[in-house]
Design a protein around this ligand. Structure first.
Ligand code: SAM
Length: 368
């Protein structure tokens, strides 16, 4: 089969894809040509496939709302979604040609290509699952997607505007997400929790309540899978999980408070961001493109404590003027007096329920 003009055929996971000849393979991805494709997002799409394999979407309808080449929707349909009906949409007419070609290339009968602005489309249609994957911030599309979800549907969001959310552009974060970000060693966790908190507040306006299934940070983006319940009580429950981060830049002491205090950061989502029951069912097999990386992350998500912040071993070591300890040894030691885990946010970070003072008391001096 011949692909669209200036395309090449690649394989990602178990799916054949026509993608633009010139495309990004690393980093946040640039709009090289008119139709976007970023090879580095294979991991993000792998996790979508693994997520769908845990769900019972029999007879359900899904929308890949900003699909570009259709890579994600086509992979889900081909690798996990036999029983699912997927509409794969992009407002760009050139992208739509890639979507159609990729559906045909994989001989999929459960996919339809669509070429519309997602906001027009969602003013007429509703779905059980909507995937929102914009360039940068998802904020302008949030209301359309929340309104276009069926009762108890799932909303998946990618946000690549990590700089505002993680505190590099605080004013932009305030404009987009109505929140105060924090620049710190754990700024990416705060950024992700600001994003979830923002979606909770947007959903509450519609009497809908969110429940995080899997929310994570990887490479240069945030990704959330959220169940959206449609009732006012669920909205109130979700709003009750918002709060503020307290952070002392001198002592590095950190904490979470349900109430606003002058100088605090947020609002952030203060409750779990990973559903551990779902994680127990999620797995990666060799058919995925980045099988080993997926297994590693799934392992980290399973074990990660639900604290809304983490510590960096470098941060504490330089406070105590010690050399950084081996992480596994540190965790073993902390788990004797409290609870501690690795975190997917940083390879040298860890979470613990010990207050900072106690944590410092038990911090290993490996020179002794
Ligand atoms: C980051 S790309 C999507 C990448 C894709 N999901 C993947 O995995 O390769 C964003 C896409 O959104 C499309 N887009 C932007 N605004 C849109 C809108 N209002 N409605 C529908 N599509 C839109 C762009 O044409 C672009 O192809």
């Amino acid at each position: 089969m011949i692909g669209p003009a200036a395309s090449i055929e690649i394989k990602e996971g178990a799916t054949r894809l026509f993608v633009p000849e010139t495309h990004s393979i690393k980093g946040p991805g640039k709009r090289v040509g008119r139709v976007f494709f970023n090879g580095q997002m294979a991991f993000n799409r792998d996790i979508s496939v693994a997520f769908f394999r845990t769900q019972d979407f029999k007879g359900r309808k899904a929308l890949d709302a900003m699909a570009a080449t259709g890579a994600r929707g086509v992979r889900i349909a081909n690798e996990a979604g036999d029983d699912l009906e997927i509409t794969i949409n992009d407002r760009d007419a050139e992208a739509s040609k890639f979507i159609q070609a990729n559906i045909e290339l994989n001989e999929l009968s459960n996919c339809t290509a669509n070429n519309e602005d997602l906001r027009c489309h969602l003013s007429r249609k509703v779905y059980d699952y909507i995937d929102l994957d914009p360039f940068g911030t998802p904020a302008p599309f949030m209301q359309a997607c929340l309104q276009g979800l069926k009762r108890n549907g799932v909303l998946a969001i990618t946000a690549t505007d990590t700089a505002p959310l993680a505190g590099t552009h605080a004013k932009k974060c305030a404009r987009r997400y109505m929140a105060r970000p924090l620049r710190s060693v754990f700024c990416h966790e705060t950024g992700l929790r600001i994003l979830i908190g923002y979606v909770a507040r947007e959903a509450a306006q519609l009497d809908k309540g969110i429940e995080p299934l899997l929310c994570f940070y990887a490479d240069h983006y945030f990704r959330c899978y959220l169940r959206v319940r449609e009732n006012a009580a669920a909205a109130d429950v979700a709003l009750g999980k918002l709060g503020y981060l307290i952070y002392d830049h001198q002592s590095h002491e950190r904490g979470f408070s349900e109430d606003y205090h002058p100088g605090s950061y947020g609002p952030i989502w203060g409750a779990p961001i990973i559903d551990h029951e779902l994680m127990a069912r999620m797995s990666a097999d060799e058919s995925l493109e980045e099988n080993e990386r997926c297994s590693k992350y799934i392992g980290l998500w399973r074990e990660e404590l639900d604290m809304p912040y983490f510590y960096e071993s470098n941060e504490l070591s330089s406070m105590l003027k010690l050399s950084p300890p081996v992480l596994d040894g540190l965790l073993e030691r902390l788990n004797r007096v409290g609870r501690a885990s690795k975190t997917h946010f940083s390879p040298s970070g860890f979470k613990t329920d010990l207050p900072l003072k106690e944590l410092l008391l038990h911090y290993p001096d490996e020179s002794r």
